[in-house]
Design a binder for this molecule. Structure first.
Ligand SMILES: CC(C)(COP(=O)(O)OP(=O)(O)OC[C@H]1O[C@@H](n2cnc3c(N)ncnc32)[C@H](O)[C@@H]1OP(=O)(O)O)[C@@H](O)C(=O)NCCC(=O)NCCS
Length: 167
């Protein structure tokens, strides 16, 4: 079968349906680790995310990895209007272990740096070793612990300095 190109780009008008399909198709194992939109989402939620990326609003910075119109990965910085944006990341089960998560993460952090942000925060389920190691390799350090409001799981809070002055 012909190998499709994977493109990483900012979300744009018309992406809501593909983002919805991506999120709702993540398996239970992924949803245990990544659930910014709960168990399932709806089109209006995805449209709102895209609206929040619009020039002049920009409270969110969302990147998608796409293959022929299908979303296969998603990384974001939310609360861009606050001092410290919140990071999130997920890759489709079918596309894991091919470097896509790393590419998405590096690209969205670079976008945060370019937007003048100096720090980023994230939460990670404590037994999600793959993601935690990935974050540590990129300079994230544990700054606290918390319990998920909706899932009751133990999380680490991690932060990284990303500003040019910190490099
Ligand atoms: C975490 C996640 C985004 C990683 O995506 P991915 O495309 O599989 O990741 P990559 O192939 O880029 O690998 C990421 C890193 O883990 C390493 N890695 C790959 N497979 C691994 C494995 N099975 N075990 C441990 N490390 C592994 C890679 O070497 C890479 O290292 P790098 O930091 O030096 O680049 C993906 O597994 C996922 O969506 N998981 C479910 C949702 C989730 O956990 N999101 C994070 C919430 S905080």
């Amino acid at each position: 079968m012909e190998k499709r190109e994977t493109e990483i780009r900012r979300v744009r008008e018309g992406d809501a349906g593909a983002l919805l399909a991506f999120y709702n198709s993540l398996g239970p194992g992924s949803k245990r680790m990544f659930r910014p939109l709960g168990d399932e989402t709806i089109l209006e939620e995805c449209e709102k995310i895209i609206a929040d990326n619009r020039a002049g609003i920009e409270t969110k910075y969302d990147l998608v990895a796409t293959e022929g119109g299908r979303v296969v990965g998603w990384a974001f910085l939310w609360e861009m209007d606050c001092g410290m944006p919140t990071f999130g990341l997920a890759v489709a089960d079918s596309h894991r272990g091919q470097g896509l998560g790393s590419r998405l993460m590096d690209a969205v952090i670079e976008a945060g740096r370019a937007a003048g942000k100096s720090k980023v925060v994230l939460t990670v389920v404590q037994d999600n070793e793959k993601a935690r190691r990935m974050y540590e390799r990129r300079g994230f350090v544990r700054t606290g612990e918390t319990v998920g409001e909706h899932d009751g799981l133990p999380y680490y809070v991690m932060e990284a300095h990303i500003g040019a002055e910190d490099v």
